[in-house]
Every structure is written in structure tokens, then in C-alpha cells.
Design a protein around this ligand. Sequence first.
Ligand SMILES: [Zn+2]
Length: 432
Amino acid sequence: MYKLASIVLIIFNLLLTHYCVAQTACGQSQYMDHLKQTQPETYYHFIENYKRLSTEFRLKKKGTITDTIYRIPVFFNILSRNNRTVNFTKLDTMLAVLNRGFNRGDDTSIVREPFADNIANVRIEFYRALLDINGDTIKRLRAKNSFYYYEADDKMKYDDIGLSAYHPEKYLNIWVCNLTKLWGYATPPVYAAHWPESYYKPLHLQGIVLDFTTIVTEYSNNFEERRKTIIHEAGHYLGLRHTWGDGHLVIAGDSSECWRDDGIKDTPYTITPSRKCDDSKNTCIEKEGPDYPDQYENYMDYTNQTCAVMFTNEQKDLMLYNLTNLRSTIYDTAYRYTEIPEEYSPHYQTEIKAYPNPVKEDLHLEFSNIYLNRTVGLEIYSTQGKSVYHEVIVANFRKVISLNSLSAGVYYLEISADNNLIFRRKIVVLGP
Ligand SMILES: [Zn+2]
């Protein structure tokens, strides 16, 4: 009897697994399977990393971000079959959908009462890049004929059968291509909280991948249902996990542990995705306070697109934290971040640039002409306060510092002029 029950259970699980794969809108779990196979040694660091980074995020989140709009340039890479054309107008339409999601532009009147006070206006604006890396106008879409059907395995990001990323330190790269089954997937920032280390991908793989059916109306009967995929994937790109945290996929047999959901405190504990706007769905009991149903209104759930209309305030905080700390070279507006004395100088963002960050080998500094021919001191020190690099230079427009010899970790770069500290920035060194 016991054996029979086991067999029934196994068959049921197989059916369930197949069902999930067939229905999956977002390829994050497939991407994880790919990483599990190629990098098994890092895959199992999930729990430690989850706890460590969750704590770090909470400790650091002391500042108040002012209501500045962060603007992110988007660069599209189109891998098109001959008859599948995309133009700037269609892409701009999709960016408008994306911007509504990040600027509280969707109709939130359907949000149920317990969540209605916690709808965030993230205030991140995505715009199609108008200038290339040299400052010249981008006149044509970057596109290449491809009949390939891609998986969640990054092959579309290599020139042989795809298109390599265009300056991913400066642009959010979005690949639009034919995906098998999936609607899209994205890479979270390196060192983002709540992600297993195996998800931290090198810079040239960073970005969002979308299936054509989520972008262009005429290629999908289900376009209306899929068009908000771009919001969901941008959430991953800025470090959000699914509201249910993929717990049942990440830790086999641990699905009863509702606490391992998305690491976000103001989304209810959830263990499975919602596939419809089901008011009665409540997969976990909250540990304290009132119990809430699963939040199908959240963009990071799998709900149908009429119900997915919100991010929460803590999701907003985490995305802005990740953007300003882990994707700090990609947005192009000045901002102020109070209380955390990490960035000095109100002008640092426009007058001095330090990139890439995280950095593997060469750290590039760019000075605007107000520092031209001035004597500036450069100093890099470890989190223990030990100086690992020191140089006094006469500022030209550019300076490259080789960090080859530094071991992986967090460092601080300080730049001073006339004995005044004018720039301070946390730098993540990826190591040799
Ligand atoms: Zn997803």
C-alpha cells in the first residue's frame, strides 16, 4: 500500500512538474536549472547567502531616498526571423507599458483592501537609448536574422548565434527573440540580496530576454496577457524574486517552509505562484499580525495581466537599493541619498564617473573638465580601512586603475582635491 502511494505520488509530481513547465511565463526557474547543471558547486550556497544578504540589505536600508526619478537607457537587441519585424514605435509602446508599471500607472482600483495602502510608485523611468556610447545618435535598430529558438541559457547573448550585449554597464540590454515556451527571463544584479550566488552573471550577460509574443501584438493571440512580462522581468533585473520565492524549486522537499519566499517583508508569505486572480488563494499563514491572502496583484506573481498592477514599498526600496549600489553606472540622473555618507559631492554623478562596478580588472575614472589639470588624490581602501592603492595625479579626462592584484571583496574609492574629499564610492572587486 505504501509503495502504491509512493508511485501515485511520483506520477502526480511528474504531472505537476510538466504542468508547471508548460505553463511557465517566466524562465527564472529554467535558468536556475541550467545553472544548477553547469555550476553545481555554487548552486547550494542558497540558504547562507539568502540570510546574509537579507540581513545586509536591512542593516543598510537606513537612508531615505528622495523622490528623484531614476532614468535607465534601454538598448534593444532584436533576433528576428525574416518576417518578424520590430520597429522603434513598437518598442516605445512596450516601454510605456513598463513605465506605467514602475510609476504607478496601472489601474490599481482592483487591489484588495489590505494591500491598497502599500502600492509603490517606484519612480524609475526606462527610455529607449537615443545616443550610443560615443554620444552619437542611434539611427537604426540593432537587429539580426535568426531562426533559432532559444532557451534560458544565454545563447542569444553571443555573436555566433545571437548578439552580444551593448555596453551593459551603461545600458539595460533587452534581447527580443524566439524563446521556446518561455516568455522571458532576466539576470539579477551581482550581489543582490535573496539570490543564490549561481545567479550572479558576468556583466556581458546582464539584461532581460523577452519572447516576441510579449512585445509585438501580431505575433501572439495572447499578447494582452503577456505584455506586462517586461515589467516582471525588469523587477528581476533590479533584484526582485517571485512573490513565492521559487522555494519549492530551489530547495527540494522544503516546500512547507513558507518563510523562504521572496525575502520581502510587505508581501504576504506565499509558496506557489498564482495563475489567476483568486481571492481565496492563501498558501501560507503569516508568522505575526493579521493573516493575508496571497498577493496576486503583484507584478512578481504570475497572475493574469489585469490583476498584476503593483509593486510594494519594500520591493521599491530593494530595487532602488540595488540600482544605486549594484547598478550604479546605468542610470543617468543626479540624485540625493540622505543619511548614508557613501557618496560625497552633490555633483559626483555628473562630474566624476567610476566604472564598471562591480569591477574585475580595470577601473575607469572619468573627470569632467572642471577637474582638468587639478591635482587630485586617489585612494582605495578595504572595508577594514587598509589602504591598497594610493596615487596623486593631475586630472586628465580619463584615468584607468588596474585592480588585477586585489582579492575579491568590497572596497572604497576616495578622491580628494585641495585636501577636500570630493568623491567616495563603494566598489565591488570581483577578484582575479
Ligand atoms: Zn519571473
